[in-house]
Design a protein around this ligand. Structure first.
Ligand code: PMP
Length: 288
């Protein structure tokens, strides 16, 4: 595997970042996870836009234009001979001293890793996922806005640990007010009749690129799409629930806090959305 580090390509063994990089010392940086399907880097420009927005929000200057970033990503994929897989782009504050001061980090570190993806087991998509609400609340937007896809994922990791300890693979995270926010690496949707509802970003969630895609698909299907605050009660009484994310794509949720959703099996609308999503993954992006 060849990994891009600050404009050069290194083997996996040789690709290294300093222990004094503030990405390592403090989680000071931003990242993106991107998928490629049959030679198409899905929604690449949307991911690059979000990366640059995250960087602007933390006052991190990415030392290349968006077009250069796009070329570097495409080149990394090409060099690795991949047509399907997962790309991780990381931009950290760079090497500094042991203090917090970002002014001591003049050169941000840019890393691009393109690899094969370990897909979630197909069984999960067939039978659906059971999720559990965890005590750790999603970051308060006024403290660390979840719209910033930062290297500081401890909030999500704590929630994941709590779910795993209780025997679940995925955690449902609420915001400070108790409204449903998202899962540890995925957005959440619920279907009520002909309405597909997901929490607005103001609740404190990442603006998911998969979620935006799904909203477009749902509108095409004639569903009413709403971004609206809701509680766990609304989820418990939903007809269908599913999660969306770059790695997971669309995963049906069949149980929330041990309450079966609908008839306890993935619903027909979720299936239709998955079918349509899988069709466009090779069309809507940048060709390698
Ligand atoms: N929420 C969180 C916290 C995430 O980490 C992700 C994955 N990037 C998502 C939602 C889904 O976003 P996307 O569809 O853009 O991958």
């Amino acid at each position: 595997m060849l990994i891009y580090v600050n404009g050069q390509y290194y083997s996996e063994e040789e690709a290294k970042v300093s222990v004094l990089d503030h990405g390592y010392l403090y989680g000071d940086g931003v990242f993106e996870g991107i998928r490629m399907y049959s030679g198409c880097i899905f929604k690449l420009r949307e991911h690059i836009d979000r990366l640059y927005d995250s960087a602007r929000a933390i006052m991190l200057r990415i030392p290349m234009e968006k077009s250069e970033m796009e070329s570097a990503i495409v080149e990394t994929v090409r060099k690795n001979g991949l047509t399907d897989g997962y790309i991780r782009v990381v931009v950290s504050r760079g090497v500094g001293d042991l203090g917090l001061d970002p002014r001591k980090c003049p050169n941000p570190t840019v890393v691009i890793i393109a690899d094969r993806i370990k897909l979630y087991p197909e069984e999960l998509y067939q039978n659906g996922l059971s999720i559990i609400t965890v005590p750790t609340r999603r970051n308060l937007p006024e403290a660390l806005n979840p719209q910033i896809k930062s290297l500081n994922y401890l909030n999500n990791i704590l929630a994941k640990i709590e779910a795993i300890h209780r025997g679940y693979e995925e955690a449902l995270m609420l915001n400070q007010e108790g409204y449903v926010a998202e899962c540890t690496g995925d957005n959440i949707f619920m279907l009520k009749g002909k309405s597909l509802i997901t929490p607005p970003t103001s609740v404190g969630v990442l603006k998911g690129i998969t979620a935006r895609t799904v909203m477009g698909i749902a509108i095409d299907m004639g569903l009413e799409v709403r971004e609206e605050r809701f509680t766990r009660y609304d989820l418990y009484t939903a007809d269908e629930v599913f999660l969306t994310g770059t790695a997971a794509e669309i995963i049906p949720v069949v149980k929330v806090d041990d309450r079966p959703i609908g008839d306890g099996r993935p619903g027909p609308t979720t299936w239709e959305i998955i079918r349509r999503f899988r069709k466009i993954t090779t069309e809507d992006g940048v060709k390698i």
